[in-house]
Design a protein. Structure first.
Length: 238
C-alpha cells in the first residue's frame, strides 16, 4: 500500500470495527509501517473518545469535509483536526462540568478501551479460538463470546481466552460476567497489570466507587494505564 492520507471516515470505521476484513488487514498492516498514520489514528481516537455527544462528532466530520476535502499537507490536516477537536471539547466539557462532576457512565465511556488483539493466529484460522479473536478484532463482542465458549480449555489458549472473553463482556456492559473471569487471572504475571486496570473499569461500571479507587491505587508508576488511573482518581475525588 502506498503512503497516503486516510480520511476521517476510514479512520473512524477502523476505530468502530466497521472495515471489511480485507480493508482491516490492509489498514492494520499499514499502521505497523506508517508512523504518521499511526499518529493520525491515535490523535483522532483521543479526541473522539472525549466527545460523548454524537452530534458533536458529526460536527467534527463536517469541519473536516468543509475545509479539507483535498488536504495538501498531512501535518496541516492533523493540526486542524486537533484544533477542531479542542473547540468541541470546550463545548462538551463546558456542559458536562456545569455541576463539576461527571457521571460514572461518562467516566467509563471516556476511559475504557478494549485491550488490543495481540494474539497471533494463522490467516483464515477457522478454529473456535481463531474465529473468536477475529470477531474480537472487529469489535463484534457477542460473536466473540459465543466462539470463546466453544474453545477447549488447554494450556496454550486458556489465559488468553479468559482475558479477552472478560474484556468482551465489559465492552457489552456486562460487568458481573467479567468479574469472575478477571479474578481467575489476578495472580498470573502475564496479565496482572491489565487485570488491575480492567477490574477498576468493571467496578466503575457497577458504580462501586470505593472498589474502583482501591484498584486504581494498586496501579504503580510505569505500569499499564498509570497516567489514566491518576486522572480517573482525580475525577472520582471531585
Amino acid at each position: 500500500m502506498k503512503e497516503e492520507l486516510y480520511d476521517i471516515e476510514t479512520i473512524e470505521k477502523y476505530l468502530e470495527g466497521k472495515l471489511e476484513k480485507t480493508e482491516l488487514e490492509a489498514f492494520e498492516k499499514e499502521l505497523t509501517i506508517n508512523a504518521e498514520l499511526a499518529e493520525q489514528v491515535e490523535i483522532y481516537k483521543s479526541a473522539i473518545d472525549e466527545l460523548s455527544n454524537e452530534g458533536l462528532r458529526a460536527h467534527l466530520k463536517d469541519i473536516h469535509n468543509d475545509l479539507f476535502i483535498e488536504p495538501k499537507n498531512k501535518q496541516r490536516w492533523l493540526y486542524y483536526i486537533v484544533i477542531a477537536a479542542s473547540v468541541l471539547l470546550l463545548i462538551t466539557f463546558g456542559y458536562l462540568f456545569t455541576n463539576r462532576t461527571l457521571s460514572n457512565e461518562t467516566l467509563f465511556t471516556t476511559y475504557f478501551d478494549p485491550y488490543p488483539n495481540l494474539i497471533t493466529t494463522r490467516n483464515n484460522d477457522t478454529s473456535p479460538f481463531g474465529k473468536a479473536m477475529e470477531s474480537y478484532s472487529h469489535h463484534k463482542y457477542e460473536k466473540a463470546i459465543q466462539a470463546f465458549k466453544e474453545v477447549s480449555k488447554n494450556k496454550q489458549t486458556f489465559e488468553d481466552l479468559i482475558f479477552y472473553k472478560g474484556i468482551s463482556y465489559l465492552a457489552l456492559s456486562l460487568p458481573n460476567e467479567a468479574i469472575p473471569l478477571f479474578e481467575q487471572l489476578e495472580d498470573l504475571e502475564q496479565y496482572k497489570e491489565q487485570i488491575t486496570w480492567y477490574m477498576a473499569m468493571t467496578y466503575l461500571q457497577l458504580d462501586e466507587i470505593e472498589n474502583t479507587r482501591k484498584r486504581l491505587l494498586q496501579i504503580e508508576e510505569g505500569s499499564f494505564k498509570y497516567a489514566e488511573a491518576q486522572e480517573l482518581l482525580e475525577q472520582l475525588d471531585e
